[in-house]
Design a protein around this ligand. Structure first.
Ligand code: ZN
Ligand code: FE
Ligand code: FE
Ligand code: ZN
Length: 253
């Protein structure tokens, strides 16, 4: 089956959910033959999510299951804040993502110059140690774009796998799901997150997976997920994580 568990109806614009906006995302999901779509706006907009409107618009799409998620910006100093937001809202699942190292937003094009100040191998180790902290926090269900640090194409001098293994082991231990996020194909790194060799390692470690387009515009919903599903199948996966009220439900891939 196809699911899209990573979508941003509010993008980076913010504002409020409207019927039109939600309809655009759900219609796009249906067109891409998605069976379950999860709305997962950035947690800066947590005050603006209208769960009742989501449920009302979802009723017009009886063939589509609509889930309530959120993408949280993980930093070790935000753990309490994240717990307080997620505790008071009716989420089906939470995505935890590392977007910052200290106060550097390393995935933002405006701050790309900072990469040249780092030893890139050390940068990867620092990034993946934050992903390890994310896993250990116990706050989330899904790890967002696992190897986002590659976004602008800065690569370690040797294989990435040994740098990533401690984070994957922490993910395994915490029982987290890794998403295959197809947005990376449209960034300078020009490949999905995580890279196929890391997904292979996820399979060996028996880490469950799900699918997400990370759409920031309605027409990006479901983008490339059929191909991502095929890749998972070739690696050996036969099941996919879905979520309902923070419970994981495994379904046929
Ligand atoms: Zn975003
Ligand atoms: Fe993100
Ligand atoms: Fe996202
Ligand atoms: Zn994202």
């Amino acid at each position: 089956m196809l699911v899209d568990y990573h979508t941003h109806p509010l993008g980076h614009r913010g504002g409020r959910y409207t019927e039109e906006l939600l309809e655009q995302y759900l219609a796009a999901a249906q067109e891409q033959r998605i069976e379950e779509v999860g709305l997962s706006d950035h947690d800066t907009y947590c005050q603006d999510i209208d769960f009742q409107l989501v449920a009302a618009v979802a009723r017009r799409f009886p063939a589509l299951k609509v889930k309530n998620g959120m993408e949280f910006d993980f930093r070790p100093d935000r753990e309490q804040k994240i717990a307080s937001i997620s505790g008071r809202l009716p989420f089906d699942y939470l995505i935890g993502s590392v977007h910052e190292i200290g106060d550097w937003m390393f995935d933002h094009p405006d701050y790309q110059a900072v990469y040249s100040q780092w030893d890139i191998n050390k940068l990867y180790r620092t990034y993946f140690s934050l992903v390890e902290d994310l896993a250990r926090s116990g706050l989330f269900d899904i790890v967002g774009h696992f190897d986002l640090i590659k976004v602008f194409g800065y690569r370690p001098t040797g294989p990435v796998l040994p740098l990533a293994v401690p984070a994957l082991q922490a993910i395994k231990k915490a029982g987290l799901t890794v998403e295959v996020n197809t947005r990376g194909g449209y960034k300078p790194c020009a490949e999905i997150y995580p890279a196929a060799e890391l997904l292979q390692k996820c399979y060996e470690l028996d880490i469950p997976v799900t699918l997400g387009s990370d759409a920031h515009e309605a027409e990006e919903t479901g983008r490339d997920l059929a191909a991502a599903r095929q890749l998972l199948y070739r690696i050996g996966y036969r099941r996919l994580s879905t979520f309902s009220r923070r419970q994981r439900i495994m379904q046929p891939l």
